[in-house]
Design a protein around this ligand. Structure first.
Ligand SMILES: [Zn+2]
Length: 294
């Protein structure tokens, strides 16, 4: 289970050592992106803090060169879920004049959305996407790092880095996949979407994320357990997305194709999840909004 040169020898969060003689903490799951669909990736779950680690080292340049989510369009589904994300920030006082950074912005879908909503000072940064690779040096009223912390080697270092771009008294929003609910490391196929191998390097729990904020002296302005995608609007919930991907044998490239919706004909149960999936979440996506010290 443990590769010859594992990406981790200790829990990146609580420093618990990875010991091979505890098989119940190890598992494997296939990738859900073309190129990795037939590869099994070894995973380890920290028995102390429950963070799940991807043990096979990766070359980030290589894996992001073919990442289909970086070709995502601002379609009706994206607009709906990003509106939900924006509502969270607006309730905490985000204003249209504020300087905002989308940290790990992918191809800039959220940047584009915020600009269309009238936010004039929005920047994005992503080290692996051409056009977004210039890292800003100034600070921002609000830094958003949505679905980013699970994509890096060291969550603590990434969070400190994101915080260094928040101006004193500003906001840091961080949302992520959740390792809580992944009980049996011997049965990971049903968690394939949240595990998202080999892209998700460390998957935390909500309390693990909370602790990181406390370590950095941050004050919680708001927190959520449910995914920002979860709304009562049909087709806009995590469970539907999970079941939709399952119907496509968890090939995310297929799920992102414009004609992917045709699968609804072959799998009519998907209509049920489209309308009622909100009430049956298959995973949470914890998020925190922190206020930095003045
Ligand atoms: Zn740990």
């Amino acid at each position: 289970m443990l590769p010859d040169h594992p990406a981790y020898t200790h829990c990146s969060l609580c420093h618990e050592p990875i010991v091979p003689d505890r098989p119940e903490n190890f598992g494997q799951v296939r990738g859900n992106i073309e190129g990795y669909l037939d590869t099994q990736f070894p995973l380890w779950k920290c028995p102390k803090c429950q963070a799940i680690h991807s043990l096979q080292p990766v070359d980030y340049e290589e894996i992001y060169a073919k990442y289909p989510l970086n070709k995502r369009k601002l379609d009706i589904f994206a607009r709906g879920t990003l509106k939900n994300l924006l509502n969270r920030l607006q309730k905490a006082g985000l204003e249209k004049t504020h300087r905002i950074l989308d940290y790990g912005c992918g191809n800039g879908v959220l940047v584009e959305f915020l600009r269309l909503q009238g936010y004039r000072n929005v920047a994005g940064w992503d080290p692996y996407v051409p056009g977004w690779q210039d890292k800003p040096e100034e600070t921002f009223d609000c830094v958003i790092a949505n679905d980013v912390i699970e994509h890096v080697d060291d969550p603590r270092i990434m969070m400190k880095d994101a915080l260094s771009l928040v101006k004193p008294g500003g906001l840091l929003y961080l949302g992520t996949a959740d390792s809580e609910g992944v009980e049996d490391m011997g049965d990971l196929e049903r968690h394939i979407m949240r595990l998202h191998q080999p892209y998700h390097r460390v998957i935390l729990t909500q309390s693990g994320l909370k602790k990181l904020g406390e370590e950095l002296g941050l004050q919680v302005a708001a927190s959520w357990q449910r995914s920002y995608m979860d709304r009562l609007v049909p087709f806009s919930n995590y469970r539907f997305l999970d079941e939709f991907n399952r119907a496509l044998d968890h090939n995310m490239n297929l799920a992102l194709e414009p004609n992917a919706g045709k699968i609804m004909v072959k799998h009519p149960i998907l209509w049920f999840w489209a309308f009622f999936g909100y009430f049956f979440p298959s995973a949470y996506e914890p998020a925190f909004l922190w206020k930095s010290k003045k």
